[in-house]
Design a protein around this ligand. Structure first.
Ligand code: EPZ
Length: 422
């Protein structure tokens, strides 16, 4: 397990091209299972999670080939229906193959995902939706077996606008008999990207991007060629990193319409934000100002930028309050930030962040993808060299983060972990 050594105090400056969205690419890869033939997905980030989803598809019998960031998925051979625990435990998003497998084969066998560092992350809403469509489940030896000889369109009202449940149900519904209506659907841009690709493949979908999605089932899907939308969370992470260092970066290809609230909050913190042809320029001179923010499903402030924003606000002038409404355990990284001198008190889903004048380097851990990004941001603004261990979590979600930060002027290097003496 590598660790990352980041020396703080370097101003980030220049341009960075924003890669394709992880949380869209993973679902588009699963959607390829619906059609027989060769699907081409462009702008897929070269990150561990996409490789894991590639392994899931290969395990199911699909051919998977990369050419740079273009991914070719060949589903012409005989496909299986099982996703094993080794892959689901590496990446929970593997369960998103349930919907397309049910739609195409009426059966799926998927290992149940286990624990997670950011919350209990149940899949009850996915399963309730499939049940409404006529699927039946059995659980044995850690596996969930789903059978739906006839998948029937249904009225499904989600208790919470879950991203994964909306996507999984959507991918089942496009292949079901008749009409499905998903109420209280998630509205994330990644869901719109998925709906767009499904429509290109032959599905009939209306309302994606709103709280009500209507789907008319069909069984004729064609493989397509599609380009993944830019990663709004990667864009937000680079923007916050630039602000942490008093720098200025151009986020090439970032979509301003996907980042409205994030950019508003950065402006409240004192940043300048300019939308230019082909990107967004973000910079901040001096210390940030304190800002309160609340995470919510899109178009609210994304939970996937909460840790990074907390890292920035830990050096703000004044006291900020962050409220996390999406995942119950997404403040676990706060103890790591405190090791660097951050003054943060959490109570339930609120965090009170008293801005410190500076952070000091310390050995810290990356607890998950975004918590790891937050530690890097804190380290960029801290004095001295911070050692971040378990950096593999960051590699799951960020493409070439070290080299792209280095190209912007950051001082950082990777080293193999030092073995702990017996
Ligand atoms: C997606 O996870 C993203 N992952 C997450 O990104 C992101 O944080 C999250 O959406 C919220 O935006 C991918 O797209 C691969 P949810 P997902 O279902 O789909 C509860 C990252 O760092 N819930 O919207 O799993 C759940 O426990 C990652 O890139 C149920 O109770 O999120 C959570 O509290 C991490 N029952 C809330 O809903 C269910 O059946 C939101 O979860 C489903 C969810």
């Amino acid at each position: 397990m590598d660790r990352l050594l980041v020396t703080g105090g370097r101003r980030l400056e220049g341009a960075v091209r924003i890669n394709g969205a992880k949380n869209s690419a993973l679902k588009l890869m699963a959607a390829a299972l619906l059609a027989e033939g060769h699907t081409l997905i462009e702008n897929v980030p070269r990150i561990m999670d996409c490789s894991t989803m590639g392994e899931v598809l290969e395990h199911l019998g699909a051919g998977v080939g990369w050419d740079g960031t273009t991914l070719m998925i060949d589903t012409t051979g005989r496909l299986g229906i099982e996703t094993p625990y080794e892959l689901v435990r590496k990446m929970r998003a593997s369960i998103v193959v349930l919907g397309p497998l049910l739609a195409r084969f009426g059966r799926a066998r998927v290992a149940m995902p286990g624990g997670c560092n950011i919350g209990s992350r149940k899949i009850d809403l996915h399963l309730k939706g499939f049940e409404r469509m006529g699927a039946r489940f059995t659980y044995e030896h850690g596996y969930l077996e789903a059978i739906a000889p006839v998948l029937q369109g249904a009225m499904i009202s989600l208790d919470f606008p879950s991203v994964g449940a909306t996507e999984n149900i959507l991918m089942a519904a496009v292949g079901a008999r008749g009409r499905t209506i998903i109420e209280n659907a998630a509205r994330e841009p990644e869901i719109q990207d998925l709906a767009n690709v499904l429509v290109e493949m032959g599905a009939k979908i209306e309302g994606a991007g709103t709280t009500t999605i209507e789907i008319e089932g069909t069984d004729a899907f064609e493989p397509v060629r599609h380009r993944v939308i830019p990663d709004r969370i990667a864009a937000g992470t680079f923007a916050i990193a630039a602000c942490m260092t008093g720098g200025e970066v151009l986020l090439e290809d970032a979509r301003p319409d996907h980042l409205e609230l994030v950019m508003d909050k950065l402006q409240e913190a004192g940043a300048t934000v300019e939308v230019e042809d082909g990107g967004i320029r973000v910079g901040l001179a001096g210390r940030p100002l304190a800002v309160d923010f609340v995470t919510l499903p899109y178009p609210g402030f994304p939970t996937d930028l909460q840790p990074q924003m907390m890292a920035l606000l830990s050096v703000a002038r004044g006291t900020s309050i962050a409220t996390e409404n999406v995942f119950e355990s997404r403040f676990m990284f706060v103890d790591e930030l405190k090791r660097m001198g951050a003054d943060i008190r959490t109570e339930g889903h609120h965090a009170v962040i008293r801005g410190a004048e500076w952070l000091s380097s310390a050995p810290v851990r990356a607890l998950d993808i975004r918590a790891g990004a937050a530690m890097i941001i804190a380290a960029l603004g801290a004095d001295g060299t911070t050692e971040i261990s378990d950096i593999h979590h960051v590699d799951r979600g960020y493409q070439d983060l070290d080299s792209r930060l280095a190209a912007l002027g950051a001082e950082l290097r990777r080293e193999p972990a030092v073995p702990i003496p017996a």
